[in-house]
Design a protein around this ligand. Sequence first.
Ligand code: FDA
Length: 536
Amino acid sequence: MKLAHFSFLPFLLVVLISLIGATFADSHGNFLICLHLRPANSSTNSKVIYMQNNPSYSSVLNAYIQNTRFITPATPKPLVIVTALQISHIQSTIYCSKKHGLQIRIRSGGHDFEGLSYVSEVPFVILDLLNFRAVKVDVKNEVAWVESGATLGELYYGIATKTKTLAFPAGVCHTVGVGGHFGGGGYGILMRKYGLAADHVIDALLIDVNGRVLDRKSMGEDLFWAIRGGGGNTFGIVLAWKIKLVQVPAVVTVYTVNKNLEQNVVKILNQWQYIARKLPNDLFTDVTMTKVNSSQAGKKTVQAAFKGLFLGGVDKLIQLVQDTFPELGLTKKDCLELSWAESVLYFGGVPTQSLEIMLNRTALGRPTFKTKSDYVKEPIPESGLQGIMSRFLEKEADIALMMMVAFGGKMEEIAETELPYPHRAGNLFQASYLVGWTNGEDEGKYISWIRRLYSYMGTYASKSPREAYYNYRDLDIGTNNVGYTSYEQASIWGRKYYKNNFKRLAQVKTMADPMNFFRNEQSVPPLSSPWKKKSN
Ligand code: FDA
């Protein structure tokens, strides 16, 4: 790619003046000067580079922070935010960060549960892809190109406004960013029929550590394998993804049935565990447990919301559920016939009347929370389920949920090594736990509650390794050291996310980024650390 010159002079003068008095030797100042002296395709402006003294710095930083746990005065802040408008801005950011020893945090939708796309303990720059959000849908060939900074909602809207019979099997919450989501696997309500978002990526554009723009052919199959689930901020910057769309009926059916402790929820949940994985691929089901008010005044109970999406009409669904899971007592009044896109909104808990809400990045609100995940392979006995319920009655669980997402279907048919995401056959369900609190409250007791629940679940969850979902990032399961990262240390958390695929990911990393430039607390390191080599 040929690069023309930035006509940067006026802005450069402002930057230079703002740096007078500061130490020119520091990496921050040098990084900025480097950025402004770099050639690029066109002149840029103050809408691309946000230094801490820019009046818009805080609003740009906070705009895409999904977990408000990481909006506090104590949260480490980036030295600079670069909201790239064109590829050359990204290339310059890589070049100058490398040259002056700053870490890059890539941000697409900002939904990382531990805030790793915008928080770092070492001096860092945020490369924000919010301006890379084009969606191009080709209905005839059933494919689309989507840029990483787009949200799932923007992608779904792009598909739904062209056709009702094509869809994409990705996550439920429409505010999630494509970049991080596809990079970690991405499951949603079409998973039992079609698998993950990453299973349907057929090409991609990646900017590597040397600033080269690579597509599937030029990056090679190993790197292409790694970016489809091997985690973000590791192999390069994925700019855009070419995806294969999937077919859905014009009308699908959704349902919700609520059962609480007084309505035999433990028995019904126990039954669900035995049948959910074996249901036809056209039926996706999940269960969400929360604490709610009981019918007895002043008392609390635990409620399980049994939800489903059926790729067909309501009559067929009712018959199917009556035949396989009569204990649920599903009736027509629990069901709604919708389009697929509307069904995504239904599962996201937002009004289904207008698809425009899919374009609203803040429609889901911004909670303060901590999350963890598990995979469960054997049914939890009723006594075990009772134990979960009693933990939800504790006072720290006022804003808490446990979600059980039934596996089986297509997930049984895809080999563990097909992509880095390994949690395929043999899982009854994925469990995820969330606790929330009011921003500013002492988080300690809530985090301790979710850790106690996780510890309790150790008896029932997968073992050796205790698997976890990468996209439900959890730093409790292990982290890299800041600065020095060994493959052995990273294996502690890496095997939980990737099982035996972790070694292949480290091999690809060794080839793609041997000096471990793209890194964070849970990025796959090269097989042997560059720092270790140097000191030998
Ligand atoms: P963000 O921008 O924070 O990035 C996440 C990670 O990827 C960071 O390490 C980042 O540096 C890196 N990264 C981002 N863009 C990159 C790029 N272009 N190239 C390279 N690296 C990049 N998951 C799921 O599977 N199904 C679901 O239904 C949901 N639902 C859901 C709802 C809500 C409200 C939240 C907060 C999260 C989810 N998730 C989910 C989890 C979600 O898939 C996960 O957090 C994704 O990583 C989010 O992607 P973003 O781009 O938004 O995050």
